[in-house]
Structure formats: structure tokens, C-alpha cells
Design a protein around this ligand. Structure first.
Ligand code: GLP
Length: 254
């Protein structure tokens, strides 16, 4: 099924959907290996991609999938944030994926939450350049926040925005409050790839599971394109897929 240029695949449950996404990534990695090339993956955090990472780990352990030729760029990181902190996306990615596969440490890129304000802009430009130098993102995984954010591109983010320091929306901070043991501990800022950074990926896979995401998924697919719902910009791009479970797809017009 297609809606406003976006192809939509609906699965019985998130487990089957996650396996399908991971297997696609595995195929890409193997195809690149066969050509002696690197696969460049844009990765996301949050609860949504965990099943994908589990399946990638299984493919590595049980089917010998190697990540030696993989370069990763994560979408975002809180700011300020120490990598050793439990809530950092560095810790999340280590626990959920990197510690369990054979990716070379130097191939992993996650925005640095430890930098001083005065060097953040230069760092963000270098992050963009590093993605370009790697040949661009072959696949970008996305979740979607309740505000319609992708990465941490909150309402107000423009289509041409690049990697930068942003202020988090209150809804997003509330959603993170339990992980931080209270709203007052949630950082107010983050470094995120921009909408324009994401748009350059050759394939974009947005995943959403559960009834809680049904309304924002509908808006992202069917709503008018507006900076108020940054995910609506995906309607303008080629090669975008929404991978949904039945519940998240529940409000899409039949
Ligand atoms: C955070 C992340 C996003 C993610 C979103 C949804 O805000 N920065 O990249 O997509 O949460 O999270 P979840 O997958 O837990 O619903």
C-alpha cells in the first residue's frame, strides 16, 4: 500500500516486522561485502528499534553475519550527556547492539554530548561531512515521537535542517522522564541529525508499534506537510517506507 509517496507495510506484530527490517539490513551488509564496500547505516534509539537490534545480533551469532564492513551514524544524543551515563544513547547502543557484534569501534558514530557549547556547531558540521565522506547513508532507521519528531527534530524543524543543537519539546521530555527518574533530570537539549540529513539517506525506514503511535502515524502519512509535524516531510521523498504493526496502522484511512 502507498500513501502520499510512502510505501506502507503492515505486520501482524512488531516481532515479525522487526525481523523483516533486520533481514533487509543483513542483505544490504552482505551485498556490500560482496562488492568489497562498506554499508553505511543510520541508527535510532528508543524502544522501537530494539527488536531489530536483537535480530541483527541473532544473525551475527547464529548465521555468521559480520559487521566488519559496517559504518554507523546514530541520529541523536542528549546534550549535555556523558557517554558513561545510563541514559546516554552511547550506553543504549552498546547494550542493545554494539557490544554483541563485531563492528570495529572506530566505525561507530554517535553525536558527542560532552562538548562545550562553543565547539558544537563545528562538531555538527563535521558530523555531516563524515556521513558524506562515508558515501552517505544507505539505510536510515527511524522511530517517531508523539510530537511527530524524527531523531530529535521537534515541531518547528525545517526540511533543510542539518545536524545541530536543538531544544527538546516538553512532550518529548515528559516521555523521557521515567528513564531519567523525573522530568527535572531530563536534559533540555540534544544534538540531532536534521530533517535534511535524514532526507539524503538512500532508504528511510520508519517503524512504529502499538496503538499509542496510531494517531501520529496517521498524521505523518496523511496530514499536510508542515514543520509542526516534522515526519510529514517524509512525504516529499523517494524511498521512504513505513513498517507498522496492526495497532500503529489502525487509524490510516482504509
Ligand atoms: C526519542 C528518540 C527518537 C525516537 C523517539 C521514539 O525521542 N530521540 O529517535 O524515535 O524517542 O521513541 P520510542 O521508540 O521509545 O517510542
Amino acid at each position: 500500500m502507498k500513501r502520499n509517496g510512502i510505501s506502507i507495510q503492515i505486520y501482524e506484530d512488531k516481532e515479525q516486522a522487526s525481523v523483516a527490517v533486520a533481514q533487509r539490513m543483513g542483505e544490504l551488509i552482505k551485498a556490500k561485502q560482496a562488492l568489497g564496500k562498506k554499508a553505511v547505516l543510520g541508527l535510532a534509539t528508543g524502544a522501537t528499534p530494539i527488536g531489530v537490534y536483537e535480530e541483527l545480533i541473532r544473525l551475527h551469532r547464529e548465521e555468521g553475519l559480520s559487521f566488519q564492513n559496517v559504518i554507523t551514524f546514530n541520529l541523536d544524543e542528549y546534550y549535555p550527556m556523558q557517554p558513561a551515563s545510563d541514559q546516554s544513547y552511547v550506553a543504549f547502543m552498546q547494550q542493545q547492539l554494539f557490544a554483541h557484534i563485531d563492528i570495529p569501534a572506530e566505525n561507530i558514530n554517535i553525536p558527542d554530548g560532552t562538548l562545550g557549547q562553543e565547539v558544537v556547531d563545528t562538531y555538527c558540521e563535521a558530523y555531516e561531512q563524515k556521513i558524506a565522506n562515508a558515501g552517505g547513508l544507505d539505510i536510515q532507521l527511524l522511530g517517531i515521537g508523539r510530537t511527530g519528531h524524527v531523531g530529535f527534530n521537534e515541531p518547528g524543524s525545517t526540511a533543510d535542517s542539518l545536524t545541530r543543537l536543538v531544544t527538546l519539546n516538553e512532550v518529548t521530555r515528559q516521555d523521557a522522564a521515567s528513564a531519567f527518574d523525573g522530568l527535572e533530570n531530563v536534559p533540555t537539549q540534544a544534538i540531532t541529525m536534521g530533517v535534511g540529513t535524514i532526507a539524503k539517506a538512500k532508504n528511510i525506514i520508519l517503524m512504529a508499534w502499538g496503538e499509542k503511535k496510531a494517531e501520529i502515524v496517521k498524521k505523518a502519512l496523511e496530514g499536510e506537510i508542515t514543520t509542526e509535524v516534522p515526519a510529514t516531510f517524509l512525504q516529499k521523498l523517494e524511498g521512504v517506507e513505513f513498517i507498522l504493526d496492526k495497532e500503529a496502522a489502525g487509524r490510516i484511512d482504509g
